[in-house]
Design a protein around this ligand. Structure first.
Ligand code: HPA
Length: 280
C-alpha cells in the first residue's frame, strides 16, 4: 500500500520511517513543490511532499497543485492524507484542536483546479491504463461528483487515531478555502460563519479536488492555530501559526503513525468509481 502525505515542511523525519529515496519528478503540469521523500513504515510505503516546498518558497495561491498531485499518481499513490494549519471560525474549534474535514466551500479565485481541460488537455505521461488516461488523451470534459468529497474509510481511521491518542479533535468540519495570501477580514469571517464554515485555510482547494479527479482516496486533518479574524481580539500573525504547528509537531507524527496502523487493507468506499460516467 502506497500512501501520500502532504504537509508543511519538517514532517518527513519521523522515528520509525526509513527514508528509501528522495525523488525529483517532472510532470506535464510542471514541477512539484519539492522532491518526494519515499519512506517505509512497517508494511507500507509512505511518501511525503511539503506543499510549500523547502524553506516555504511557494505561497498558497502559487503552489503548483496539479504537479504535486500528478507526481503522486506517477509514484503509484492511491491514498493521500493532507495536513494543514487553519483558523477556527466555529468557536468550539480553538487553538491546538485537530479537525477532520468533512465538507468544503471554495472561495479561491485564481487557481487551476482541474486536470480535464477538454480540447486543451495535456497527454497522460504515465504507463497506467485507466479512465484518467482515457479522458485526458481523448480530450474529454469531465465533471466529478464531490457531494461527499472525503474518503470515509480514511476519515474513520483518522478519527480512531485521534481518539486513541486522546487528543482534542472535532469530526466533520466544514473547511472554507480562501485565496490568500492575505488573511480574511472580520466581515468575511462573519459571512463565512453564517454559511456554517467551521475552519478556514488557503490550501485544501484545489488539492483535494485534483486528487479526487485522479480517483485517489483523500482525507485531511487540520490543526487550528488561531481563531479566525474578528473572533480573536488580537491581530493575527504568522508567528502564532508557526508556533502552534511546532507545538503540535510531535502529536502530528503520532497521529500519522496511529493513522497508518489503523488503515484497513480493504476500502469499501466508492472513491475509485468517481470517474465512471463523469465525462461528457
Ligand atoms: N485564515 C486562513 N488560513 C489560515 C488561518 C486563518 O486564520 N490560520 C491558519 N491558516
Amino acid at each position: 500500500m502506497k500512501i501520500g502525505i502532504i504537509g508543511g515542511s519538517g514532517l518527513y523525519q519521523i522515528d520509525g520511517f526509513k527514508i528509501l529515496e528522495e525523488k525529483e519528478l517532472n510532470t506535464p503540469f510542471g514541477e512539484p513543490s519539492d522532491k518526494y521523500i519515499i519512506t517505509e513504515y512497517k508494511d507500507k510505503t509512505v511518501i511525503f511532499l511539503p506543499r510549500h516546498g523547502k524553506g516555504h518558497k511557494f505561497p498558497p495561491h502559487l503552489i503548483n497543485y496539479r504537479a504535486n498531485i500528478w507526481g503522486f499518481r506517477k509514484l503509484g499513490v492511491k491514498y493521500i492524507l493532507s495536513i494543514s494549519a487553519v483558523g477556527g471560525i466555529n468557536p468550539k474549534m480553538k487553538g491546538g484542536d485537530f479537525v477532520i474535514a468533512n465538507q468544503f466551500i471554495d472561495f479561491t479565485k485564481s487557481r487551476v483546479s482541474t486536470f480535464y481541460e477538454g480540447i486543451f488537455s495535456k497527454e497522460d505521461d504515465t504507463d497506467l491504463n485507466d479512465k484518467v488516461k482515457e479522458y485526458l488523451n481523448n480530450k474529454r470534459v469531465v465533471h466529478i461528483d464531490v457531494s461527499e468529497p472525503f474518503c470515509p474509510v480514511m476519515k474513520e481511521s483518522l478519527k480512531n487515531a485521534l481518539s486513541s491518542l486522546n487528543l482534542p479533535f472535532h469530526q466533520n468540519g466544514c473547511y472554507v478555502a480562501t485565496e490568500g495570501p492575505r488573511l480574511e477580514s472580520s466581515a468575511e469571517i462573519k459571512a463565512l460563519s453564517i454559511l456554517e464554515a467551521d475552519i478556514v485555510g488557503m490550501t485544501l482547494i484545489p488539492e483535494l479536488v485534483l486528487a479526487r479527479e485522479l480517483a485517489i482516496h483523500f482525507a485531511s486533518v487540520h490543526i487550528v492555530t488561531n481563531f479566525a479574524a474578528g473572533i480573536s481580539e488580537n491581530r493575527l500573525t504568522s508567528d502564532e501559526v508557526i508556533e502552534m504547528m511546532k507545538q503540535r509537531n510531535e502529536d502530528i507524527k503520532n497521529i500519522l503513525k496511529q493513522f497508518l496502523d489503523n488503515i484497513p487493507s480493504n476500502f469499501n468506499c466508492s472513491c475509485e468509481e468517481v470517474l465512471e460516467r463523469a465525462a461528457i
